[in-house]
Design a protein around this ligand. Structure first.
Ligand code: DQA
Length: 145
């Protein structure tokens, strides 16, 4: 049976490729979905979603409780602010990988703290969009282990 990985991107990531390319690169969200799909092991499929709204992201995490085996999430700025997203992820039982395109630890100090890291099974930062591929591979490994 095919297992679904949910790929969630948070606020402003719809502008990927246009927004601060010196930090986030030139690849778009479509490129991210392709890179993530290419990294999947056989027997997995990908649902890719992006929203600028915290509640929508939380609703998708709730749906994943019954519809996905793992979550790859770049929560954008909600990483640093959202206890509500942390709570939603805590209600999800499968593996969670947190991805940041930039190296948040090299940036402003407010980006150094992540609520999501309190739940994530792994955190990838600073690998550019290749970080999504690494995260998907890790979810496939953890689910099949
Ligand atoms: C980001 C880093 C966050 O601090 C920022 O708010 C983003 C993107 C990243 O992918 O590097 O929107 O999550």
């Amino acid at each position: 049976m095919t297992q679904t990985i949910l790929l969630l991107n948070g606020p402003n990531l719809n502008l990927l490729g246009q927004r601060q390319p010196e930090i986030y690169g030139h690849e778009t969200l479509e490129d991210v979905a392709r890179i993530a799909r290419d990294a999947m092991a056989p027997g997995f499929d990908l649902r890719a979603e992006q929203s600028n709204h915290e509640g929508q992201l939380i609703d998708w995490i709730h749906e994943a409780r019954h519809g996905a085996c793992g979550i790859v999430m770049n929560p954008g700025a909600f990483t640093h602010t959202s206890v509500a997203i942390l709570d939603a992820l805590n209600a999800f039982e499968g593996p969670v990988m947190e991805v940041h395109i930039s190296n948040v630890h090299k940036r402003e100090s407010f980006r150094h703290h992540s609520y999501v890291s309190l739940r994530a099974d792994g955190v990838i930062a600073g690998l550019g969009v290749e970080g999504y591929a690494a995260a998907v591979r890790r979810i496939c490994q953890l689910v099949t282990a």
